[in-house]
Design a protein around this ligand. Structure first.
Ligand SMILES: [Mg+2]
Length: 115
């Protein structure tokens, strides 16, 4: 099974809870995909490297298999990525992303409780 996790508002806020879930999925043989967006809409190698460093700084450097950065509007990009790689689930705080995943016929869980 492949499971996607958003960064901003999701693992960036709830790393203490979601990190162990991500590691447990990997330990059980599942794939963890980070599926994030670039507010500056570059989604280039530099942004990819910055996101990788952000995940490392969150203590999540060992908690994922793949990192995808979407351009705006990222909800459509995220849904297209989820379909292309066969994500079973996306965990994300943005209702637009969750709605796009649902429209694509996939499962989304919306994280709430921002800090
Ligand atoms: Mg988010």
């Amino acid at each position: 099974m492949k499971v996607g996790f958003d960064i901003d508002g999701t693992v960036a806020v709830h790393a203490a809870v979601l990190g162990p879930i991500m590691r447990a999925l990997r330990a059980a043989g599942h794939e963890v995909h980070i599926v994030t967006g670039d507010p500056a809409n570059r989604a280039d190698a530099a942004h990819l490297a910055m996101r990788g460093q952000q995940l490392a700084d969150l203590g999540l450097g060992d908690a994922y298999d793949h990192l995808f950065v979407a351009r705006y509007p990222w909800w459509d990009q995220k849904a297209a990525y989820a379909q292309s790689v066969g994500l079973a689930l996306l965990i994300d705080d943005d209702p637009r992303n969750c709605a796009a995943i649902t429209r694509a016929g996939l499962l989304a869980l919306q994280v709430t409780g921002h800090v």
